[in-house]
Design a protein around this ligand. Structure first.
Ligand code: PLP
Length: 943
């Protein structure tokens, strides 16, 4: 083995283990394996794979020093810019026990609810917090940011409303980034945006919906009741953007008649992080629950009748509904939602109200001082943001504040806005007053409070019980103990690439020099951040073979959407606006179809052959049939069937010849880095999931980063941003110019520590391990698809359907039984129903891989006992899995004994693998969907 010392920490198998892996699968070396697996036409050699452009690998400490030096170039000013991003004081108990705790950040989306009860409970708290504060019955968990939540609110109103009008009214006082994201979303869907000052009333004509914000960008707080009533009278629905902290003091939009409420939960303890990640929120009344995009946690019961949580309704919506899905959101912002929820639990209703009153008090003090000093304060009613009119003086005021270490918002030549937040002090207020040239002798007269909230909120015990650090620390530990994250076992989820998230990679994200930067801070404050981003973009260019990269999209789904929009704009720029057909193979991830629809495209499905490959004859037929209108193909490579298809070159050529563009879904880049480059083998654009291949932890379902790489001709259509002149594009995908910028150092560190050799070695080790598992399991469970030489790529699908047919044992039974063995299940029924998709990644050593294979083989033996009739089909350890400690207590009336139930690996005292105790038995999902409860049940329910 070669590469840096870190490479050997990141890659699981050592030399001797790798030797055993290669010998079992019949390859002489990793390079030999590469030649066997990757089609010759696209395979790069170790010296000519583009990675020559990367700097040589460095050690963990060298890279941390390098990042620290870059971060030190940033200036952490006191931020009073506002516009949806506010400084916040993260309670250290949450930093240490959640944000820096792998038990939380290395978990996956809770698709296996029996081993995810901890984060599901935390997310239910999040939903309860949002629905309480907004006065809505149902909130999801969560949205990618505030601006995309607003855009989802728009499309939700269109689906839910009765109006046929294509017009959507947006208040001119919404945040500029939100207006830009909405405008980008609206155009391909044929929605016509009418921007107007709603303070002047509703515009003439028909419209299907209205969107406003309170507090608005200018800080103004309005009573939205008359507007909501007037809109309803005219047959339109209303979405209100609201600041959760303000809602502790002002009336909840849900109680005022709003149909949708949206916003961000950033200021609930989640650092600004130069733009993200943070959790956006979206809440509706119960009648629209089924229209909610994204993930919704619900309450159900388990096989013993105990209360249990799981994702309800839309859980894997895109996979089921594809182009009819309500949105393309897959990865959301779970980790950040959990921090926000715990921030609310830690402070409680009175604590939040006290913080809000302090913030509001600083703003009132400032406004009063400025007005008595002769400065024109524009709005009388505000929460945290004071808008001043200083004709011709605005730049001067902002500069004077900057000298005092404070960033204010320059609205235009004549206006300055000042946003107070949890970190604002009386000294900051004085310094701002000084910057306006108003001296302290102008004794501030009192300014009236906004105080229109009458309803209670956060009365549930979840927001009252954990108010001491001891109680919170133990609560977090007890929740984390219910879940399987990467800190307990491998998570062999195919297509998700659950690899190591190294501690060194995570270090920088909590440094104040990164976490406390406002996304709209002046360029002069953030040179270090810009350098980190620029280097990362360069490295991703080298790795992918594209010409340009944008890191703005907040998840893979958003990258898909951004990439398809780039294709759309490219065609339109050439007068080809008829090119709207998007070919998508039937094996594709559901987000592909959902993204294509969002980008105004029409999906035409291309079938797959029996061997899993794209049916090239069908492809050619569909290309011919749609040649004039062909926009693109979305191709996942290697395919979601886990195979390197030989004909990828032909497929790309057929689409290009017909004038279409090739979108390569880069979710499977963990099989390509250093081995083949999508930008060279036919792709025009790809998204990358930095939270899969590039080590950003999955956070239990987010954050993610979904940058896109494009070839030069698409570069003019990369994302732009209204507040970032350096990004010239016209389309805005996310609220922040660089998306979830604060977690980019994770990927920076990974690439920097691995270097060219390490990255290629990681890829080929991942492929070797997947082939090893395929070989080990093939006798017990047939591997569904293989490519040339009977090889799989970095993941393999095993087929349970014949077993289910002959024994009645289902994929569910196997998945749940794995929990008794202490493992997280593989991906279930994607991309093929009734199968499991296994992806080991390069980070698992041979011991862990063997333990997993042994568990699977042992489960196969259990299945055989059911088949033989030794165990009845309706009473066996598979059907009854998983088993809790509680279920052992009392009478035991099963056909198998307790030892088999809970210690299938043998007893830990005899050296068996550490036991994981699932918190609940098998959960009845359908019951929960029929009896939808998606906020904290009253405490009596726990009795
Ligand atoms: C994960 C995945 C996506 C979606 O990415 P997110 O980051 O979850 O939005 C798309 N395509 C494939 C093949 C994937 O595995």
């Amino acid at each position: 083995m070669t590469g840096s010392s870190f490479t050997h920490r990141h890659i699981g198998p050592d030399n001797s283990e790798l030797g055993r892996i290669l010998s079992l699968i019949g390859a002489d070396s990793l390079d030999d394996l590469a030649r066997q697996v990757v089609p010759a036409g696209i395979l790069d050699g170790p010296q000519d794979n583009g990675l020559e452009a990367l700097p040589p690998a460095a050690s963990e400490h060298e890279v941390l020093a390098e990042l620290a030096a870059l971060a030190a170039e940033n200036t952490v000013a006191t931020s009073m810019i506002g516009l949806g991003y506010y400084d916040t004081l993260t309670p250290p108990v949450l930093v240490r026990n959640i944000l820096e705790n792998p038990a939380w950040y290395t978990a996956y989306t809770p698709y296996q609810p029996e081993i995810s009860q901890g984060r599901l409970e935390a997310l239910l708290n999040f939903q309860t917090m949002v629905s309480d504060l907004t006065g809505m019955e149902v909130a999801n968990a969560s949205m990618l940011d505030e601006s995309t939540a607003a855009a989802e609110a728009m499309t939700l109103l269109r689906r839910a409303g009765k109006s046929k009008s294509p017009r959507f009214v947006v208040d001119s006082d919404v945040f500029p980034q939100t207006a830009a994201v909405i405008a980008t979303r609206a155009e391909p869907l044929g929605i016509e945006i009418v921007t107007t000052d709603l303070a002047q009333g509703l515009p003439d004509g028909d419209f299907f919906g209205v969107l406003l914000q309170t507090p608005a960008a200018s800080g103004r707080v309005i009573d939205c009741t008359p507007l909501i009533e007037a809109a309803h009278e005219r047959g339109a629905l209303v979405a209100v953007g609201a600041d959760l902290l303000a809602l502790t003091l002002i009336a909840a939009p849900g109680e005022l008649g709003a149909d949708v409420c949206f916003g961000t939960t950033q200021r609930f303890g989640v650092p600004m992080g130069f733009g993200g990640p943070h959790a956006g929120y979206l809440a509706v009344h119960a009648k629209h629950a089924r229209q909610l995009p994204g993930r919704l946690v619900g309450v159900s019961k388990d096989a013993d009748g105990n209360l249990a949580y799981r994702l309800s309704l839309q859980t894997r919506e895109q996979h089921i509904r594809r182009e009819k899905a309500t949105s393309n959101i897959c990865t959301a912002q779970v980790l950040l939602a959990i921090i926000a929820a715990m921030y609310a639990s830690y402070h409680g209703a009175d604590g939040l109200r006290a913080i809000a009153s302090r913030v509001h008090g600083h703003a009132r003090t400032l406004a009063a001082a400025l007005r008595s000093g002769g400065v024109d304060v524009v709005h009388d009613k505000f929460f945290d943001t004071v808008l001043t009119s200083v004709p011709g003086r605005a730049a001067g005021v902002v500069a004077a504040a900057k000298e005092r270490g404070i960033n204010l918002r320059l609205v235009d030549d004549d206006h300055v806005a000042i946003a107070c937040d949890e970190a604002t002090t009386a000294d900051h207020v004085s310094a701002v007053r000084d910057a306006f040239g108003v001296d302290a002798s102008n004794a501030a007269k009192d300014w009236p409070e906004i105080d229109s909230r009458t309803s209670e909120y956060l009365t549930h015990p979840a927001f009252n019980r954990y108010r001491t650090e001891t109680a919170m620390m133990r609560y977090l530990r007890s929740l984390a103990d219910k879940d399987i994250a990467l800190d307990r076992s491998m998570i062999p989820l195919g297509s998700c690439t659950m690899k190591l998230n190294a501690a060194a990679e995570m270090e920088a994200i909590t440094w104040p020099t990164i976490s406390r930067l406002h996304p709209f801070a002046p360029a002069g404050d953030v040179p270090g951040m810009r350098k980190i981003i620029a280097s990362l973009e360069d490295w991703l260019v080298a790795i992918t073979g594209y010409d340009r990269v944008s890191v703005q999209p907040n998840a893979g789904s958003q990258g898909e959407y951004a990439g398809l929009l780039a294709i759309r704009e490219y065609h339109r720029s050439r007068g080809d606006s008829n090119r709207t057909v998007c070919l998508i193979p039937s094996s594709a991830h559901g987000t592909n179809a959902a993204s294509a629809v969002m980008a105004g495209m029409r999906v035409v499905v291309v079938s797959c052959r029996d061997n899993g490959d794209v049916d090239v004859d069908d492809l050619r037929a569909k290309v011919d049939a749609n040649a004039a209108d062909l926009a693109a193909i979305m191709l996942t490579y290697p395919s979601t069937h886990g195979v390197f298809e030989d004909e990828v070159g032909d497929i790309c050529a057929a689409v290009h010849d017909a004038g279409g563009q090739v979108y390569v879904d880069g979710a499977n880049l963990n099989a390509l880095v250093g081995v083949a480059r999508p930008g060279r083998f036919g792709g025009d654009v790809s998204h990358l999931n930095l939270h899969k291949t590039f080590c950003i932890p999955h956070g239990g379902g987010g954050p993610g980063v979904g940058p896109i790489g494009v070839r030069e001709h698409l570069a003019p259509f990369l994302p732009g941003h209204p507040l970032a002149d350096e990004l010239p594009g016209d389309l805005t995908i996310s609220g922040a110019p660089y998306g979830s910028a604060s977690i980019l150092p994770i990927t920076y560190a990974y690439i920097r520590m691995m270097g060219a050799e390490g990255l290629r070695e990681a890829t080929l080790t991942a492929i070797a391990s997947a082939n090893y598992i395929a070989a080990r399991l093939n006798d017990s469970y047939p591997v569904l698809y293989t490519g040339a030489g009977n090889r799989v790529a970095h993941e393999c699908i095993i087929d349970l359907r014949p077993i289910t047919k002959s024994t009645g044992v289902t994929v569910d039974d196997v998945a749940k039984r794995l929990a008794d063995y202490g493992f997280h299940a593989p991906t279930m029924s994607f991309p093929v129903a009734g199968t499991l998709m296994i992806e080991p990644t390069e980070s698992e050593n041979l011991d862990e891989i063997e333990a997993f294979c042994d568990a699977m083989i042992s489960i196969r033996a259990e299945i055989d006992k059911v088949a033989d009739g030794q165990w009845p089909a309706d009473d066996n350890p598979l059907r009854s899995a998983p088993h809790t400690a509680e279920c052992l207590v009392g009478d035991w009336e099963h056909s198998y004994d307790r030892l088999v139930a809970v210690y299938p690996n043998g007893l830990p005292s005899a050296g068996a693998r550490a036991k994981v105790w699932p918190a609940v038995r098998r959960i009845d999902g359908a019951f929960g969907d029929r009896n939808l409860v998606c906020s904290c049940p009253p405490i009596e329910a726990f009795a």
